[in-house]
Design a protein around this ligand. Structure first.
Ligand SMILES: O=C(O)CCC(=O)C(=O)O
Ligand SMILES: [Fe+2]
Length: 276
């Protein structure tokens, strides 16, 4: 913990570590930022793994490769999303609107709730990360086999997103919701740490194989200085704009500073910030 806090929120200029009790008591994460994923990972990991230079380099190399692949994938997905939104939208808007997008990774570790923590919750379902929307254009999430990611339907029903080796989940984020004039919906989602009591076991034994949950989320975002404003073609003839234009960095600041909009805490979104 002492090493982690060296790259944590209050004691370091790096501020890549989010300790427990910020997003939730069960959540901790490291952030690795692009475009130089190697340098970003290395700055953090060399602080943490000082004794082990090779591990730090290996980790940074892996992050570089993962960042590169996710960047490539995000670009392809954005092009497809634009294609779906309208004919010729890919050619029309990709270069002019999305060419300066950038990405960052969040490597998340969710700890196992204690028996007491589970019992405090109804039906033993503990929120590892409360309902929120992402501050990105799109997010690509990998969750390990523990699972627990849930997405809220339009009707407000929680749906399990099953974990599966090699499966990635793509979420639309707030920035894309605003840019698309609300045509694409920023998905509300959360992480539930399922109860570990074994139903079929009356002796109150706990399932032994329960383990920490790991996930890696890649956030693909507009550049800070971009003014987000849905183009006329996106709004459509006869349509009207549902968002005021806003500066990307102003929205990020708003989410990070306002208590209600605090990252990963509650669903406080672009609609509350720039909705008309
Ligand atoms: O851990 C997960 O599966 C999702 C993480 C997430 O939603 C986020 O970091 O915004
Ligand atoms: Fe998220």
């Amino acid at each position: 913990m002492e090493s982690k806090l060296k790259v944590g929120p209050s004691s370091s200029i790096l501020n890549t570590y989010t300790p427990h009790f910020i997003a939730s008591p069960f959540f901790e994460s490291f952030k690795v930022s692009g475009p130089d994923f190697y340098a970003s990972a290395h700055m953090t990991s060399s602080q943490l793994l000082l004794q082990n230079k090779t591990t730090s380099e290996l980790f940074s190399e892996t992050m570089k490769e993962y960042g590169r692949k996710m960047t490539e994938l995000s670009k392809r997905i954005m092009e497809i999303v634009l294609m779906i939104m309208g004919e010729g939208f890919g050619e029309k808007f990709y270069e002019s609107e999305f060419a300066k997008c950038h990405g960052y990774l969040r490597i998340i570790n969710y700890s196992i709730p204690t028996m007491e923590e589970e019992e405090e919750e109804e039906e033993g379902e503990v929120e590892g990360l409360g309902m929120h929307t992402d501050m990105s254009c799109i997010t690509i999430v990998y969750q390990d086999e523990v699972g627990g990611l849930q997405v809220r339907s339009k009707e407000g029903k929680w749906m399990d997103i099953k974990a599966c080796e090699g499966r990635l989940v793509v979420n639309i984020g707030d920035l894309m919701q605003a840019w698309s004039n609300g045509k694409l919906r920023s998905s509300q989602h959360r992480v539930v740490l399922k109860k570990r009591r074994n139903h079929n076991d009356n002796s109150n034994n706990y399932v032994k194989k329960k383990k920490n949950r790991f996930s890696v989320a890649f956030f693909w975002c507009f550049e800070d200085e971009k003014v987000i404003y849905a183009p006329d073609e996106v709004v459509g003839e006869g349509g009207f704009r549902v968002y005021k234009p806003f500066l990307c960095s102003d929205y990020l600041k708003f989410r990070q500073s306002s208590e209600r909009g605090r990252f990963e805490k509650v669903g406080y979104t672009a609609k509350d910030f720039a909705g008309i």
